[in-house]
Every structure is written in C-alpha cells, then in structure tokens.
Design a protein around this ligand. Structure first.
Ligand SMILES: Nc1nc2c(ncn2[C@@H]2O[C@H](COP(=O)(O)OP(=O)(O)OP(=O)(O)O)[C@@H](O)[C@H]2O)c(=O)[nH]1
Ligand SMILES: [Mg+2]
Length: 333
C-alpha cells in the first residue's frame, strides 16, 4: 500500500510562528560577569533561539510534503488536479527561501551583536533583528496558508492499493454508480438525486472467498473533450487511467439521471477509445423503473433493489480470474 497520507504537521500561520519563537526567546536569560555582558549574552541567546526554532520548523514543513517528481504517477497527477503541482512546488520553494533568509539574518545579527561596544548598541541591533525577522515570516504567509490547505486536501485523499485487482465504476452523473458501489463493496459513498454528488474518488473493497478486490466509485463524466473537464471529472479520468484493471460502465436508460441515452452512449464510446486495452463491462441500471428505453441487449440491473447485481458481481469475478490466468501464462515455465 502506498503511503500517501504522509504525516504532515499542522502548518502554523506567520503570527503563530513568531509568537512561539518570541515566547521561547523571552525565556532566554544568560548571566554574565557585568551587566553589559549579561545583556549581550542574553540577546545572543534570544537571536539564536528565534532563528534556530523557526528555521527548523520551516525546513520540516518543506521536507514533509511529497516531492512529486515522477510524471506518470497516479498520486502525483491527483495532487496536480486537486492542489496544483506547480503552485505547491512554488510554495515549498518560497518557504525554503524563508528558512534560508532567517538563517542568514540570524548569522548576520549574531556577529553584529557580538561586535557592539555597549548596551545601547546591543539593544538596537537586537530590535532590528526582530523587525527584519518578522517581515520575512510575514512575507511567506500566503505560502504557509497554501501549505495548510494542501495538507488538509492530502489528508482526504483515498488510500489506494495498486497491487489489488481493481474495478472502476464509471458513467454519466446521476446514473447510480455510487448506489452500486455501496451495494457491492465496503464503501459508503453519498447517493443523491442530483448530478456530481460524488466529488472525488471513493475506494471500497469486497471479499470473494479469500480474495479481496478493490471497487472504485468515480465522479460522473460528461461527454466532452479532456481539455474542458473540471477538476472533479479529471479525478474520474485518473482513476480510469491508473487504477482500472476492469471498467464497469453504467448507463441509465430510464434517463431519470437527466441525460439522454445518446449522450451517455457517446461518452461510452469515447471512454472505450481512450482506455483501449482495459476490459469493459457495459451495464444498464435502474431496471426497476418502467420508463426504460426498449431492451438493447446489455444486461440490466437495479442498484436500488439489487436485481441483477449478483450476476454482475459474478461477471466481474470471472473477468478478474481470466486476467489472473493470463498473467500466470506469461510467467516463465
Ligand atoms: N429507481 C432507481 N433509482 C436509482 C437506482 N440506482 C440509483 N438510483 C438513484 O439515482 C440517483 C443517483 O444515484 P447515485 O448513486 O448518487 O448516482 P451517481 O452515478 O453516483 O451520481 P454522481 O455521483 O452524481 O455522478 C439517486 O437518487 C439514487 O437513489 C436504481 O437502480 N433504481
Ligand atoms: Mg456518485
């Protein structure tokens, strides 16, 4: 199982970073031989504490995020769709820049305070350090906010096992994909009578004997060009592209989904064209309704009543078995 749900710490705001660092600094007290010595040593300790603490924290943030270097990778493409790869990379670069600047400032002011000949000079230099340090931290506020948002989105990403045989359920919005996934797997996707209820990939499992299969619910797709697809639809495309060993394409011949059959069939053809080579099962749902178009020869099910669903599951299992057999045949004798 790929560990995508990384342990990314909560990202603090600029103000929180500064409050924490300054609170730590306010506790610094180093006694010297004479008052001047005490003030100098104490201020050196403060600058050291503020700089160290913040640089370590910022670098920890940068390291915690995935690097996304591989191009053709499900996770990286998903992050790109949901967060924006370039945006995230730029934010990480800027935060790393902030850490570097803080370290430079710390070094510069430590040497300056050491050289100051009197208490006044030490106090002035320290105050200046606080000012410049704060302004760097405030400058990276938008990037810190972006990282915090990205962290929340990464936490919600589905856990997908790339080793397990996987069936991806696809089709127009509102045709009953989630209702079917809910019926045949452990997933509990939202089901509702309007399009685009499902806004991301939902992963479920089902067991057959001692084998577990993965069932993936996807957002509905409209019949349109890839360039026109929104971030919700693109997640369905990514699931089809990277995860599907088998595609179950659901049609709604009752058209209660709100989309005519000719549009649904056009989508079916374009998905088949784009994912050539992946086995397909075409299924018509909502067989319990009496306003269905005349029979088309495709198997009909009702995700609502369960009619025909067992046969569909048997068909899915048979296809998976065929694939396992074919894989075995490819192994050297
Ligand atoms: N009568 C009937 N209604 C169904 C059936 N399957 C699903 N529905 C209804 O159709 C509506 C859409 O079902 P969903 O499972 O949310 O559809 P979806 O394809 O996942 O929709 P999106 O996530 O928006 O793409 C809901 O009101 C369901 O209750 C069925 O077999 N018969
Ligand atoms: Mg759905």
């Amino acid at each position: 199982m790929q560990n995508w749900k990384r342990q990314i710490p909560t990202i603090m705001t600029s103000q929180e970073l500064l409050d924490r660092a300054y609170a730590r600094a306010s506790k610094s007290q180093v006694n010297g031989s004479v008052p001047f010595d005490t003030v100098k040593k104490t201020n050196i300790a403060k600058i050291t504490a503020i700089g160290d603490m913040t640089v370590v924290t910022l670098n920890k943030y940068v390291k915690a995020f995935p690097k996304m270097e591989k191009e053709d990778d499900f996770f990286n493409e998903l992050v790109d769709v949901i967060i924006g790869k370039e945006k995230l990379k730029r934010a990480l670069l800027n935060v790393a820049w902030g850490a570097e600047k803080c370290a430079d400032l710390q070094k510069m002011y430590l040497s300056r305070v050491r050289r100051e000949p009197n208490i006044d000079g030490v106090a002035k230099a320290t105050k200046q350090f606080y000012g410049r340090f704060s302004s760097i931290i405030y400058r990276i506020e938008p990037e810190l906010k972006l990282l915090q948002d990205a962290r929340e989105k990464l936490k919600e990403l589905p856990t997908v096992d790339l080793q397990v045989q996987t069936v991806v359920i696809a089709g127009y919005p509102n045709v009953g994909k989630s209702r079917l996934v809910e019926r045949i797997s452990t997933a509990k996707p939202a089901v509702a009578a309007y399009p685009f209820t499902t806004k991301g990939i939902v992963v479920g499992h089902y067991k057959s004997g001692w084998r577990t299969f993965q069932v993936i619910d996807t957002p509905g797709l409209l019949d349109r060009e890839l360039e026109e697809r929104n971030a919700i639809e693109l997640q369905a495309i990514l699931a089809l592209k990277h995860l599907a060993d088998l595609i179950v394409f659901i049609l709604d011949p009752s058209e209660t989904c709100g989309y005519p059959m000719d549009r649904q069939l056009a989508l079916l053809e374009s998905v088949k064209r784009n994912f050539e080579g992946i086995p397909f099962i075409e299924i018509e749902n909502k067989a319990d309704l009496d306003n269905m178009v005349p029979p088309t020869g495709r198997p009909r099910i009702s995700a609502a009543t369960g009619a025909g669903v067992d046969d569909l599951v048997k068909d899915i299992e048979a296809r998976f078995k065929e694939m396992r057999m074919a894989d075995m045949d490819k192994l050297p004798a």
